[in-house]
Write a protein that binds this ligand. Sequence first.
Ligand code: G2I
Length: 463
Amino acid sequence: MTSPRTTGRTPATRSLATRLAALATGALTAVALFTAAAPAAHAADAPLRDLAAAKGKVIGTAVTGSRLTGTYGDIAGTQFSSLTPGNAMKWGSVEPTQGTFNWSEADQIVAFARAHGQQVRGHTLVWHSQNPSWLTNGTWTAAQLSTLLQNHITTEVSRYRGQVASWDVVNEPFNEDGTYRSDLWYDNLGPSYIAQALTWARAADPDAKLYINDYNVEGVGAKSDALYNLVKSLKAQGVPIDGVGLQAHLILGQVPATLQQNIQRFADLGVDVSVTELDVRMQLPATAAKLTQQAADYKAVFAACVAVSRCAGVTVWGFTDSDSWIPDVFSGYGAATPYDENYAPKPAYGAIAEALGGGGTTTPPTGACTASYEVVSAWNNGFTGQVRISCSGAALSSWKATWTYGAGQRITQAWNAACTQSGTAVSCANAGYNGTVPDGGSVTFGFNASWSGSNPVPVVTLG
Ligand code: G2I
């Protein structure tokens, strides 16, 4: 289809474009004085970890050790109360050659967590994947394999004794139909490897909470029934089991309806439950509608955890889309985490805050800084916008304004701020000279952008 704003416009279409522009300007200035009320994602809201703590919950994220500096480190260190090494504690990472250990990334993450007053979730001791090739390619008797596993668990858990709050001791032991997964451990040792692994872990650190962790066990079904029956039988036998981890690698719009009921039934067995690897993937590109649905999905998961007292907390599997496994594994899918690739909080961030009792309409702050977005002028395919950041009863020493363009608008130029746009997400940070907004004062920045079709006013979040 040819756009009326491409070549060969007739006077009639030009006048339509002019009228559209006039309409856009008029309509938008009318609503444009809309003020994005605080809470801003970071400035006015308490950090997620404080909101979670007020509910008695832990909020965690998987992290990559090499990235724990700059903005990534700031967010990881301030918003979350627990860190899970995404890969650094797996057997293949810590003992790539038999008897030669590499603890550097795991140590780094543990030290970072300690410096930021955070828990560590150890992940993972017994798994079918990411084992070292010397182990998987070796030929072992059952007795040798059992000894290797015992030594591995003892070595790793002892090293972090007192520093790892919870261990995903056994990861992904089940098939979808609830039978045991055929892997190195089950095939050679039978199902008793699970009880043994838990027992060895308990001996190495009696204070760590010991979990069995799996995916597709979030709702009631054959696989979660198998996990339920296993935990029940381990408890009956006196095997040390403290918790169940529901990974929760979810698809947009598919939070299981039985999630809370399922968490509750595990809790009723006398174990803790944690959501350990939450992400919500969508087919790309992300649109405003998909991000809104994603926010609802995140909110539903957090709300389910809040509703069950033995739900210890929720960990997201990477907090930024730039550190997510999804695009590598599910072609065409992504945008699965609460922050975009440029660390701008997505609607899911606000939804998490709301589920944890913050954000939204709860307690209006007495003093606040707010951002108002205004379309100053518009023409057939472009417009000039301005954002004013005003403080009353509060002040800022730096700021970042973020919003989502749901109708295809694109920033082409900005002044008095450094603006970037990734997909629909816009992020504008203060220039070197205008980061300070005093109590009772304001700062403005401007931009040009393109638009077509419609140009709705976005909600600006201040951070
Ligand atoms: O697969 C998603 C998760 C499912 N539950 C258990 C988790 O441990 C698992 O995490 C992922 C990591 O997020 C990925 O980062 O586990 C993957 C391996 O199964 C990790 O991917 C691996 C890549 O496959 C390697 O090529 C890469 O060297 O990450 C490694 C380190 O970046």
